[in-house]
Design a protein around this ligand. Structure first.
Ligand SMILES: Nc1nc2c(c(=O)[nH]1)N[C@H]1C(S)=C(S)[C@@H](COP(=O)(O)OP(=O)(O)OC[C@H]3O[C@@H](n4cnc5c(=O)[nH]c(N)nc54)[C@H](O)[C@@H]3O)O[C@H]1N2
Ligand SMILES: Nc1nc2c(c(=O)[nH]1)N[C@H]1C(S)=C(S)[C@@H](COP(=O)(O)OP(=O)(O)OC[C@H]3O[C@@H](n4cnc5c(=O)[nH]c(N)nc54)[C@H](O)[C@@H]3O)O[C@H]1N2
Ligand code: SF4
Ligand SMILES: [Mo]
Length: 702
């Protein structure tokens, strides 16, 4: 029996690909991108194209297991297989005791982007923790800063559709590694370029996208606010702004104008490292080559001033009136277009039924290390991890590990593989992959909604997030009807939010037509949909160039350049002279896929990319072993002198700590300091020093 199942990739990636899985006699034998899907267009990224290797990997966690060795150790014999019944009994009794002794807030869920399917990401899990009264997790490690910033100016987190980039004549990839992180936008850019568009990349790192661009502008990390204000300085100075659009659809332009004199090309050049001529040229080209679209990605909001940076960049298409044009505007994310019924999924109201009886405290996921080592009243005594690998992805890794190592901390990890985090788990529970469960999948890089069908039975004793938390809730004695809701009913409920964008979009329709676009209508002439051609999603329809709400965050209500505390631009930064870009790998997805041999072969790992000038100053040659360090920690990598980074900047990639020298990864160097807005992570505001070390001073793992 051979059959083709329609699924949707739920990994944390803007593209949300439509996936066809061929199943023969119950076993998946082929995966391909759906050729009919308007964004997927028949191809998958290299990672998911090899997904059969992941699903059927001999390393999959297939059964519940209990730790039998001290925390922090991995390898043979560390875990013993147990039954789900034993696992549930232990969780119920440990959580029950902790709740009785310390209160339910002593329990902390920890989860993020392992699976961004609507149900797998935030539904039964949330209901469970809300009913329990557990501490809430502020899920801010990735996109909260940029999201809050875009809402502060536009009112909603939406932007230009990928399909419309094909109409652009000038495309700026701003902190957007399109080839690595968002490859399904590339064909539209390709098409635009065949029609004469130019592609400009603003990124300190020479990504593959930068390599293929017409113009790569390396910028000093963390100085994008200054560049955006500098561009607006030139645009307004030269009268290239759209006075009519601004008058209709923006408020606070006068306040913005008052900031601009400070941002002369000369001063901006000093901060950004981009020449005055290039700033002038970029401003003029962007304002006069129409339509011009910006693909902004989340890289710039991983700096301490990231909120201001996103706001400043988002002002550009407002002042040029680029939002009026097909092929204009900006895309950071499209997720705000979906407007599913989140409240019905997550049931915050259940917190009132918990022993706490009120809203539980919130713990910022970026500061997990502090939460586990410093928080009191009550201390965190239990950690339930799913959809995440904090021992690898969280900043200030040494502190995170110190916290995870606590023997008095009860840690449960629901996972597909034995990750860095399971090394600290008391119990490891097996999780399904998207081949093995059903879900509803939205996107943050396009406007299509999909139902992802299960292709195969769960392997071993794997359970989906929904089933795990459902069963746990029932064993905890939670009687509420919502814990019995079948998956299909949950999908129906998510779709029934009553917004016009979802009118007529039912589960049945999604199941028979896998390419359902949200109801986003252009005008009557059948033109493409333009999100902000006739105003923004703010109460008065105007973009908030001035947002008084920012004052409460200690921010300039317009935007101004404040160098990050860890920045070469800051006076008095002691000791560490190099800006570290602790970046993602093109062939992994954060820490997912890192353990798969077929992908390891494609990725250059354990390297420090360094400029020739910085290498020579330190007598470092290509291929030398180096120690990279700062006040938080050190790692050992191999120097790569290949022109990927400018002087003053070094680059390295996220991987698994336990597959690296000394069992640590790049996040030993990053700090848990928060961004200016939304409590985000500042991965890209990190200073380090580098020195050459003898081959023997560390354990080489290739
Ligand atoms: N292959 C692959 N795809 C992925 C991921 C992955 O790990 N691998 N991760 C997924 C996730 S979780 C996300 S959030 C998305 C989005 O992820 P992105 O935000 O696009 O990814 P980043 O790689 O963090 O940042 C993008 C670019 O910003 C650059 N950058 C860093 N600092 C600065 C700066 O100060 N200014 C400027 N102008 N540029 C800077 C980086 O060098 C990088 O090339 O990608 C998703 N897609
Ligand atoms: N230095 C540095 N650190 C970073 C970043 C960076 O650019 N540089 N990027 C940051 C960003 S943008 C993000 S989004 C975070 C991502 O951090 P995380 O959200 O932790 O993402 P992953 O590292 O991909 O780990 C996800 C884990 O979830 C598991 N998983 C997948 N599907 C399921 C499921 O259905 N159920 C369960 N229970 N588990 C599942 C996977 O096996 C994987 O181990 O990392 C951040 N950390
Ligand atoms: S990771 Fe992204 S590009 Fe790759 S298949 Fe999934 S959605 Fe598509
Ligand atoms: Mo992310």
């Amino acid at each position: 029996m051979k059959q083709v199942v329609h699924a949707a990739c739920p990994h944390d990636c803007p593209d949300a690909c439509a996936v066809l899985i061929t199943v023969e006699d119950g076993r998946a034998t082929r995966i391909q991108g759906d050729p009919e899907h308007p964004i997927t267009r028949g191809f998958l990224c290299a990672k998911v194209a090899k997904y059969l290797d992941r699903v059927y990997s001999p390393d999959r966690v297939l059964y519940p297991m209990r730790r039998t060795a001290p925390k922090g150790i991995h390898g043979e014999g560390v875990f013993r297989r147990i039954t789900w019944e034993e696992a549930y009994d232990e969780i119920v009794s440990r959580l029950g005791r902790i709740r009785a002794e310390f209160g339910p807030e002593a329990i902390l869920p920890y989860s993020y982007g392992g699976n961004i399917g609507v149900l797998s990401n935030a539904s039964m899990d949330m209901r469970f923790f809300h009913r329990l009264g557990a501490s809430q997790l502020h899920r801010s490690i990735c996109s909260q800063t940029g999201g809050d910033a875009i809402i502060s100016i536009y009112g909603r987190k939406i932007g230009t559709e990928p399909e419309q980039f094909r109409h652009s004549k000038y495309i700026i990839a701003w902190a957007a590694n399109i080839h690595g992180n968002n490859v399904h936008l590339w064909p539209f850019i390709d098409e635009a370029r065949r029609n004469g568009a130019r592609l400009v990349v603003i990124d300190p790192y020479r990504t593959r996208t930068a390599h293929l661009a017409d113009w790569h502008i390396p910028i000093n990390p963390g100085t994008d606010v200054a560049l955006a204000l500098g561009l607006m300085h030139v645009i307004v100075r030269d009268g290239l702004h759209d006075r009519d659009y601004i008058a209709r659809y923006a408020e606070g332009f006068d306040e913005l104008e008052k900031r601009l004199p400070e941002y002369t090309p000369k001063r901006v050049a000093q901060w950004t490292g981009i020449s005055r001529d290039d700033i002038e040229r970029l401003a003029r080209e962007y304002a006069t080559t129409r339509p011009a679209a910006i693909r902004l990605n989340y890289g710039i909001q991983r700096s301490q001033n990231g909120g201001a940076a996103v706001r400043a960049v988002c002002m550009l298409p407002v002042i040029t009136g680029s939002w009026k044009e097909v092929g204009g505007g900006l895309q950071l994310s499209t997720s705000g277009g979906f407007q599913l019924d989140r409240a019905a999924m997550e049931r915050h109201d259940l917190m009132r039924k918990s022993p706490l009886g009120l809203t539980a405290r919130t713990v910022n996921m970026v500061q997990l290390g502090k939460a586990l080592t410093e928080i009191d009243n009550p201390p965190i005594k239990a950690l339930v991890v799913y959809n995440s690998n904090p021992a690898a992805v969280c900043p200030d890794q040494n502190l995170v590990r110190r916290g995870l190592k606590r023997e008095d901390l009860f840690t449960v990890v629901h996972e597909q593989f034995l990750t860095d985090t399971t090394d600290y788990a008391d119990l490891v529970l097996p999780a399904t992959t998207f081949f093995e469960h059903k879900d509803l999948v939205q996107a943050y890089g396009h406007y299509y909604l999909q139902v992802s069908q299960p292709a195969i039975e769960p392997l071993g004793e794997c359970k989906s997030n929904v089933e795990f938390f459902r069963e746990l809730a029932l064993r905890m004695g939670f009687e509420d009807e919502c814990f019995r809701e079948p998956v299909d009913t949950m999908i129906d409920a998510a779709l029934e939010s009553g917004v016009p964008q979802l009118e007529g979009i039912t589960r049945q329709r999604l199941e028979s037509d896998p390419y359902v676009r949200l109801n986003l209508h252009g005008d009557e002439s059948g033109d493409p949909w333009l999100p902000f051609a006739n105003g923004f999603d703010t109460p008065n329809r105007k973009a908030r160039l001035f947002d008084p709400a920012l004052i409460a965050h200690g921010m300039d209500p317009v935007a101004s350049f404040v160098p990050p505390e860890e920045s070469r631009h800051r006076q008095g930064t002691e000791g560490f002279p190099l800006e570290l870009l602790a970046r993602k790998a093109d062939n992994f997805l954060n820490s997912t896929f890192v353990n798969l041999p077929s992908l390891q072969k494609m990725e250059r790992q354990h390297e420090l990319e360094i400029s020739r000038a910085d290498a020579e100053r330190r007598s470092i040659a290509d291929g030398d072993r180096v120690r990279v360090y700062n006040q938080r920690g050190e790692i050992f990598l191999r120097a790569r002198v290949d022109g990927a980074v400018p002087a003053g900047v070094v680059g390295a990639r996220l991987g698994w700590a336990k597959l690296s020298d000394a069992g640590l990864n790049i996040n030993v160097l990053t700090s848990d300091r928060l961004t200016d807005l939304g409590g985000g992570a500042t991965f890209y505001s990190t200073l380090v020093e580098v020195e050459r070390v003898p081959e023997t001073s560390c354990h080489s793992k290739g």
